[in-house]
Design a protein around this ligand. Structure first.
Ligand SMILES: NC(=O)c1ccc[n+]([C@@H]2O[C@H](COP(=O)([O-])OP(=O)(O)OC[C@H]3O[C@@H](n4cnc5c(N)ncnc54)[C@H](OP(=O)(O)O)[C@@H]3O)[C@@H](O)[C@H]2O)c1
Length: 409
């Protein structure tokens, strides 16, 4: 009995998911197949960056050329689950449940027709991802919100294809576009810093090296050095104006004092590993003001799997856990996306016995970021894969209950 209900529920939800997948692939095709793009481009002509339609006439036209055909294709394909159930001679209740996708799609078709016909209030009630006004949320993770969809129109039209569920973008690596983004990386002269700069540049980003060393950074194979900015822990505020023009800040610098437990080692570990990153994070968050900045700015913080596992270096663990907890706390009401990088041991000046390579680690980081993974775990230790999400959920929930938002941001 219970099993029967579970099967029916799965069938109903599956038919909706199928309709959504059809929508997203139709959209994807529309950006890669010129005959379809000629219809779809109307949808892109409609909106200005503040999401106000360029004109009422174009807004209505766009629905006849894009939204209505899209819903008709969804409708045609949503008959497939019904056909499959019928072909297998399953009971009538299964056939009805497989029809949920058709009813769901009919809703989209009727509302698209209503908008195309200019029925009053239809756009406010049904065109939810194109509503103008200040963004109240950062881009969502699973269900496409206005902030997420804005990026498809104004960040990169060859990314952020999903309409309701962000699944297809996650699978295809189009849930975050790095193309044309200005990305600054701290610890730029270090092993992972250089690998990250290289991988990000390969993905079409313009990279900026932030280093505590006086020498400019040149990547392998390049003849010219990168745009390099020198900074020092303790003088973070000097980077405030630099951050105005940075889309993604990667806080990657760090030290490991290994077995040292002197007062100087304590002070240095906390200053470099925890507080300088936290200060830079705050300076960067202060630059997030407009809709565009809420939608496109991000911070990635390299905390390490020492957040949940021993690193055989107490001060490294203590300082990295402090940074990890500060990020968890600050993420609760940050004005833009903050990702954590939870990395296992890779070979570098900081960890000469690391087993992964920095290049491979950087590649995996970027692969997971473009799939919009917010806690990017790259490790060979399976315990981290299990322990980190549990710890992060527990700590975040605890912080949510026992702290409150007192500043805007
Ligand atoms: N290697 C591992 O196994 C491992 C594992 C997990 C996480 N991590 C983390 O990954 C990050 C990169 O480490 P890495 O392994 O690539 O080590 P690395 O080669 O030693 O790079 C660390 C960089 O941090 C910067 N830095 C060091 N002292 C600093 C200071 N006092 N002020 C400002 N910046 C300073 C330096 O870059 P600039 O000279 O350019 O400023 C240095 O090159 C670190 O945060 C580390 O904790 C490493």
């Amino acid at each position: 009995m219970v099993l029967g209900w579970i099967v029916l529920l799965s069938l109903g939800l599956g038919s909706i998911l199928w309709a959504e997948l059809v929508r997203d692939f139709y959209h994807l095709l529309a950006h890669h197949w010129p005959p379809l793009y000629r219809l779809h481009v109307w949808h892109h002509r409609v909106f200005r960056p503040d999401l106000l339609p360029a004109s009422e006439a174009i807004y209505r036209q766009a629905h006849w050329y894009n939204d209505v055909p899209e819903a008709l294709v969804m409708l045609a394909f949503s008959a497939l689950p019904i056909a499959l159930v019928s072909a297998n001679n399953l009971p009538q209740s299964y056939v009805w449940t497989a029809s949920v996708g058709v009813i769901y799609t009919l809703g989209f078709l009727l509302t698209a027709i209503a908008r195309g016909a200019g029925i009053s209030g239809a756009d406010e009630l049904t065109d939810l991802t194109h509503r103008p006004g200040p963004f109240q949320e950062t881009p969502s993770r699973w269900f496409v919100n206005r902030t997420y969809h804005w990026r498809h129109h104004f960040d990169n039209q060859k990314a952020y294809y999903c309409g309701t569920l962000a699944l297809v973008d996650k699978v295809m690596g189009t849930a975050l576009s790095l193309k044309g983004k200005r990305i600054a990386v701290t610890g730029a002269s270090g092993t992972l810093g250089r690998s990250l700069l290289f991988q990000l540049q390969n993905r079409g980003a313009t990279v900026v090296a932030l280093t505590s060393k006086p020498q400019p950074i040149t990547l392998p194979g390049a003849t010219e050095p990168l745009e390099t900015i020198t900074w020092q822990a303790g003088q973070e505020s000097e980077l405030a104006s630099v951050f105005e023009n940075i889309d993604i800040l990667i806080l990657n610098h760090g030290i490991n004092v290994h077995g040292d437990r002197s007062p100087d080692a304590i002070a240095k570990s906390y200053e470099v590993n925890a507080f300088s990153s936290w200060k830079l994070l705050e300076l960067f968050l202060a630059t997030v003001r407009t809709n565009k900045e809420i939608a496109t700015k991000e911070v990635w913080v390299n905390t390490s799997e020492a957040e949940v596992n021993p690193a055989f270096s107490p001060l490294y663990e203590l300082s990295k856990r402090t940074l990890g907890d500060l990020v968890t706390l600050r993420r609760l009401d940050a004005p833009c996306v903050i990702r954590k990088l939870i990395l296992g041991p890779f070979k570098s000046s900081l960890n000469p016995v690391g087993v992964m390579s920095a290049d491979w680690t950087a590649k995996q980081i970027v692969n997971l970021a473009v799939r919009d993974v917010r806690n990017i775990i790259v490790t060979i230790n399976p315990i981290t894969l299990l322990a980190f999400p549990i710890k992060e959920f527990g700590v975040s929930t605890y912080f949510k209950f026992f702290s409150k938002k007192t500043i805007e941001g």
